[in-house]
Structures are given as structure tokens and as C-alpha cells.
Design a protein around this ligand. Structure first.
Ligand code: HEC
Ligand SMILES: [Cu+2]
Length: 342
């Protein structure tokens, strides 16, 4: 097809470095569109290219005629040509109104059909919950009990997925460039997005609503995997247990990744949204009400489960509660990890 010639074969996997999710998903060539990985993306690209070709034809047609007339009716070398007494030409005016109108109607109808498809999830779609917060995405799978991931969305090829999304703080916007989908995520309200992935691979997931200073770090990955591997891959991604040979501290580092703690806490002493974990354990912490508390196991546990119980002086309540997301073993590992950040 003509359209597929215009879209240069951009290798999705090669174009999207997952190890560096902050990199925008640029295509290999400035002439090609972004990699497309959903049924919706392919349909929208066809519409987009149709629109683009139409604009090209209209542009060449208008500028071409203009240039030709400039040459044809240029001022003669001697004297002035008389202006024609013609006032209008009904037939011509009808044609130049009717042809664009015809194409505008086609664009509207085509766009409307694609839009309706995009906002109507099929009844057999698989459910996933997405929660936006400063500055990460929590992704929960009702099919796997207790599974809650940070910034990682797992999707099987060829199965419709329905995302029910909300935010706990400000408006974020959930953006899947390879699927050509974007929808606002609003506090106190659910918004729905659905898609069907067509190609296995890793694709970026972003926030496109400026939501605060760490907005640009709200980047995640969409893992599109073959149907038959999906259950096993998801179960493995959801599992969060200490390995036999793994130390509590190393396991804690994995829990930190899962919880997205690093989007607010550093281990090198730098203050982000929250205090750094460096040298935290055992120190005497001043709270917002002026009292002091010694950072021990109980304090850390309470900070994770009930962040609003004690607010550190100089900070505001921005931390989400992790109650129900982590069990005792995982919290113990988090404590071991924080203890190790001397
Ligand atoms: C959205 C940002 C954010 C995320 C994500 C976050 N925190 Fe926090 N955290 C804060 C802020 C802000 C404070 C200081 C205010 C307060 O005490 O609630 C804080 C305080 C803490 C404290 C007390 C620190 C001190 O100096 O006394 C601990 C411990 C802590 N967080 C652990 C964690 C862990 C573990 C995770 C991941 C499971 C996590 N936080 C995720 C923002 C965050
Ligand atoms: Cu955001």
C-alpha cells in the first residue's frame, strides 16, 4: 500500500531504549512516524497520512496556480494591461467551495468513526487500574491478587485492554505514543482508555500534563508479550519475594523500585520531594510541629504505612500511603535497605 511506503520501517524495539526510559521515543528517520504498536495506531496513522497528502495537494495546487498567474499576468514591459471588468464567476466559486467541503466531510466522518472506536471498549476487554501520583504510575491487575506495579504495564498481544484511571493528587495525562493514545487522569474521577497491542516489544509510557517539578520523570514501560507467555510473565513481574541467596538489603532495593520511592527519595543526601535516605537511620528527626523523634524501625514503618502521622519539618504531605501494598516482609526489607544507607 502507498501508506506503508510512506511510513519507513521503524524498528520499534531499536527505537525505544527501555534502559533509559527518559529518552523520548524518536523514530530512526525524521521522515517516518513513531513506531506503531496497536490496532488504533495503525488506523490513525492512515488517517493522518491521508490528511497530510490532502494538505500537500492543496498547497501545491494553490501555490502552483499563484506562481503561474504571477508569471502569466505580470506587468507588460510597456504600458499597463487593462484590468478585466469581471466581478465574479459563480461556477468557479461553487467548485472551489464544493471540493474542499467534500474532503472536510470525509475527514470529519473518518475522524468521528475512529474516535468512536477509541472511546468504546469492547465488553471482553481485560481490566487494569492505573493511578497517577506525583511522580509515578501505580498499575494494578485485578486478575492477580495484590499485584501492584510502579511504572510497568504488562499487556498481551491481540487482547483488548481497558485501563480505568484516576489520580490521587493533580491532573496527569496518561500517554502511550506507540499506541497513539492519550487521556487525562483526574483526581476524584475515573477515565477510561482502551487499546489492543499488535506487536510484542517495549514501549514508553509518559505523563504529558505538566504536573510539577519531577513531571519529566513520570516515565514507564509498556511490556507487550505474546498471549501464551502473558500469565507467566505477569505472575513473575508481580511476585515480590526475597530470593534464597538474596540479602534483606538487596531485596529492599527491589521493593524500593517497586514502590517508586526513588522518584521522591535519594540515597546520596540530595533532597527531592522527600528527605534523602542517606544517614537517616538512627538520626534525630525534627517534625513539623517542632517535636523530635529518633528514626528507628517503628518510625520508618509508620512513615511508610501512615505518612501523615508524622510530617518531617520542611516537607509537606506528598507521600502516598503504602498500606495494603506491601506486606510485613517487604516492609522489613525496606527498613533494612534504609538502615544500610549510611
Ligand atoms: C510522592 C513522593 C514520595 C514517594 C513516592 C515516597 N515518599 Fe517517603 N516521603 C515523602 C515526603 C514528602 C516525606 C516527608 C514528609 C512526611 O514525613 O510525610 C517522606 C518521608 C518518608 C520517610 C521519613 C523520612 C524522614 O526523614 O524522617 C520515610 C522513611 C519514607 N518517606 C519512606 C518511603 C519509602 C520506603 C517509599 C517507597 C515505598 C516512599 N517513602 C515513597 C515523599 C515520598
Ligand atoms: Cu504527571
Amino acid at each position: 500500500m502507498l501508506f506503508s511506503l510512506l511510513i519507513a520501517p521503524a524498528a520499534a524495539e531499536a527505537a525505544l531504549p527501555p534502559s533509559n526510559p527518559g529518552t523520548p521515543p524518536m523514530s530512526d528517520s525524521p521522515w517516518s512516524l513513531l513506531p506503531a504498536a496497536s490496532a488504533n495506531a495503525e488506523a490513525l496513522d492512515t488517517l493522518y497520512i491521508f490528511f497530510w497528502v490532502l494538505c500537500g495537494i492543496a498547497f501545491v495546487g494553490m501555490i502552483g496556480v499563484q506562481a503561474y498567474f504571477m508569471w502569466k499576468y505580470k506587468k507588460p514591459a510597456h504600458g499597463h494591461a487593462k484590468t478585466s471588468p469581471l466581478t465574479h464567476n459563480g461556477k468557479l466559486e461553487f467548485i472551489w467551495s464544493a471540493i474542499p467541503t467534500f474532503f472536510f466531510v470525509i475527514l470529519f466522518a473518518w475522524g468521528e468513526i475512529e474516535y468512536m472506536k477509541q472511546v468504546t471498549p469492547p465488553p471482553d476487554a481485560m481490566d487494569v487500574r492505573v493511578t497517577g501520583q506525583k511522580w509515578s504510575w501505580t498499575i494494578e491487575y485485578p486478575e492477580v491478587k495484590g499485584c501492584s506495579l510502579t511504572n510497568d504495564l504488562y499487556v498481551p498481544v491481540g487482547k483488548p485492554m481497558r485501563l480505568t484511571m484516576t489520580s490521587v493528587d493533580v491532573i496527569h495525562s496518561f500517554y502511550l505514543p506507540a499506541f497513539r493514545l492519550k487521556k487525562d487522569v483526574v483526581p476524584g474521577r475515573y477515565t477510561v482508555l482502551w487499546f489492543e497491542a499488535t506487536k510484542p516489544g517495549l514501549y514508553p509510557l509518559m505523563c504529558t500534563e505538566y504536573c510539577g517539578d519531577e513531571h519529566s520523570s513520570m516515565v514507564g514501560r509498556v511490556h507487550v508479550v505474546p498471549q501464551e507467555e502473558y500469565d507467566a510473565v505477569l505472575a513473575k513481574a508481580c511476585e515480590l519475594k526475597q530470593g534464597d541467596a538474596e540479602s534483606a538489603e538487596d531485596f529492599g532495593a527491589r521493593v524500593v523500585t517497586r514502590g517508586g520511592c526513588a522518584s521522591c527519595h535519594t540515597t546520596d543526601g540530595t533532597v527531592k520531594t522527600g528527605p534523602s535516605f542517606k544517614g537517616l537511620f538512627g538520626k534525630s528527626e525534627t517534625l513539623a510541629d517542632g517535636s523530635t523523634v529518633t528514626v528507628d524501625e517503628n518510625y520508618i514503618r509508620e512513615s511508610i504505612l501512615e505518612p501523615n502521622a508524622k510530617i518531617v519539618s520542611g516537607f509537606s504531605l506528598q507521600m502516598p500511603s503504602f498500606a495494603g501494598r506491601f506486606d510485613d516482609k517487604q516492609i522489613a526489607a525496606l527498613i533494612a535497605y534504609i538502615k544500610a544507607q549510611k
